[in-house]
Design a protein around this ligand. Structure first.
Ligand code: FBP
Length: 551
């Protein structure tokens, strides 16, 4: 069979629920708070969400409900990149829905938002569900990056739901997908479609968080997976003492993943993109900082180390960010001219003639390989695909060059042998940690209660996550509350604000207070592999980011 021993054992893991969600599901009710406002641009957001704006925060308490007398048929969508725990959100919805009324049905829309638009769906039954409990990945129903955002999409979705008797939709996704979920909820309400929409916060990047959402699911498992590998590499580096390892870490934009991994493994270097931007650092300065750590360690005879580099770095170096924006514009406007160029060299020459006086020298300073990567295919939105750019190799090459100069000046006398790594996809589909398994199951369970209560335009919410699961506080938060207006493709749009690393936040401060020591000394820590069974302090710990934020 293709079922590993661990997968088999995980099938029987019973995720932990907050106390309020244990027991008889017909004895749970929502206590509603006061009307809410969006975090900014209240008048504009309110005008766009006439029917759903200002809804109260919901918290679950003991009471009674009419779930047993209702028939709820729900459809679930997995949207965007994989994140460990998605299947458990579905399991939480499924179990709550069947407990409330065994004739309720749960459908899975296939391959992401396309499933609801095109009417590709499958009914989930016990056997199908049981094959995916506590497993990683999104292979149960698939995912996709189509954005559910046009009126045509909404109308098609309405028809598909009507044809299948579906009266509730759950969107498991990141900030964009949940923003679109809010717009869909508003549309359904405005058109009296009788379909409610509830979201669940997903992304390994950890950038869907705010006052209410303490973390997005998947971040815990992904960072633990990367930290295991980083710790192992640190051990290897300190054993052989001959390599500097440069590790690029996934996370399209924010550096939460890098920061969390640094707190878990205490590497010599961890670049935080948000700090680079705040300090308006040039690429040369970033390279110099890294170089100086290598020089200091070499002076102690340590010609080895580990450096973490966030995937989004280059776009946060102001001058490189501007260069990329210029290239994006040029490629979009003069696409035909560019396509007619013969080869990479011709492309570079063409570009050199078009770039501004500010951007041209930045382009020239980049290693040839990176120059070529900046000219590669764009994503459907015309953006550079940062996960394809080998930033770790760029840093290695530029640092190597700088070290040669210092050597010639007699300021460095070490050896610089390197290894480059990229940790990304390997963290997105691991078996969810107990934390993510419990959190996701609770999110799914909560999502069902919200929609059974007839609430729409909400995101499922589980808080107090630094405490043991029985003390978690569950409920729902209206999506409009998390919105502000931002410029997107030339238009002002309501969006859920993306959370970047805050330089005055506790996790960054903790890192900043230690990093000079970690830079020079060898202070590595070795988290080891995620443990699913054993003592609580080994198996159920949330991330260091969460613990620092809630301390
Ligand atoms: P989501 O924001 O959709 O959760 O995806 C996150 C992510 O894993 C990023 O960290 C990464 O940059 C991107 O997806 C990679 O996208 P793709 O899977 O399309 O290569």
């Amino acid at each position: 069979s293709n079922i590993s021993a661990l997968q088999k054992a995980r099938y029987s893991y019973q995720p932990k629920l907050p106390t309020a969600l244990r027991g008889d599901i017909t004895k749970i009710t929502c206590s509603m708070g006061a009307p809410t406002e969006s975090i900014a641009d209240q008048a504009e957001v309110k005008a766009l969400f006439e029917n759903t704006y200002g809804a109260p925060i919901a918290r679950f308490t003991e009471g009674s409900n009419d779930f047993a007398s209702k028939t709820i048929n729900a459809g679930v969508i997995l949207s965007g990149g994989q994140a460990p725990g998605g299947h458990n959100v579905i399991a939480g919805i499924y179990d709550a829905l069947k407990k409330a009324n065994s004739s309720n049905k749960l459908f899975g829309f296939l391959r992401g938002p396309d499933g609801i638009i095109n009417g590709d769906l499958v009914e989930i039954d016990d056997k199908f569900m049981n094959e995916y409990r506590n497993t990683g990945g999104f292979d149960m129903i698939g995912s996709g990056r189509t954005k559910l955002e046009t009126e045509e999409h909404f109308e098609k979705s309405r028809k598909v739901c009507e044809a299948n008797g579906i009266n509730s939709v759950i969107i498991i996704g990141g900030d964009d997908s949940n923003t679109n979920g809010a717009v869909l909820a508003e549309y359904f309400k405005k058109t009296n479609a009788g379909i409610t929409v509830v979201g669940a916060p997903k992304t390994i990047d950890g950038d869907l968080k705010n006052e209410y959402i303490e973390t997005s699911f998947g971040f815990d498992t992904a960072t633990k997976t990367y930290s295991e590998l980083i710790g192992n590499i640190e051990k290897d580096a300190n054993s052989a003492k001959k390599y500097w390892h440069f590790i690029k870490l996934m996370g399209r934009s924010a550096s939460h993943i890098g920061l969390e991994c640094a707190l878990q493994t205490q590497p010599n270097i961890c670049i935080i993109s948000e700090e680079v931007e705040k300090k308006q650092m040039t690429l040369a300065q970033v390279v110099e900082d890294v170089t100086q750590v290598i020089v200091k360690r070499a002076a102690r005879g340590d010609n080895f180390g580990v450096a973490l580099i966030p995937e989004g770095l280059i776009e946060f170096i102001p001058e490189v960010g501007k260069l990329i924006a210029e290239i994006n514009d040029l490629l979009a406007h003069d696409a035909d001219e560019f396509a007619a160029l013969e080869d990479g060299e011709a492309q570079k020459t063409w570009l050199a003639g078009k770039l501004s006086a500010e951007a041209a020298p930045v382009f020239t300073s980049l290693p040839a390989g990176i120059q070529a990567q900046l000219l590669m295919d764009r994503d459907p939105h015309g953006n550079v695909q940062v996960s394809l750019i080998e930033t770790e190799k760029m840093i290695i090459e530029m640092v190597g060059k700088r070290l040669k100069e210092l050597k010639a000046e007699g300021k460095y006398n070490g050896k610089f042998s390197t290894q480059a790594h990229f940790f990304g996809y390997e963290g997105r589909c691991a078996f969810p940690s107990n934390f993510d398994a419990d959190y996701c199951y609770s999110l799914g369970y909560s999502a069902f209660i919200l929609l059974a209560q007839g609430l729409t335009g909400y995101i499922s919410n589980v808080a107090e996550l630094h405490k043991p699961a029985d003390q978690w506080v569950a409920g729902g938060v209206p999506l409009t509350m998390m919105m502000n207006m931002e410029q997107r493709h030339g238009h002002m749009k309501p969006v859920i604000k993306k959370a970047l690393v805050e330089l005055d936040g506790a996790p960054f401060k903790l890192f900043a207070s230690q990093r000079d020591k970690w830079a020079v000394e060898t202070a590595y820590t070795f988290p080891g592999a995620i443990q699913y069974y054993g003592p609580t302090e080994v198996c159920d710990q949330p991330t260091k980011t969460l613990l620092a934020e809630k301390a």
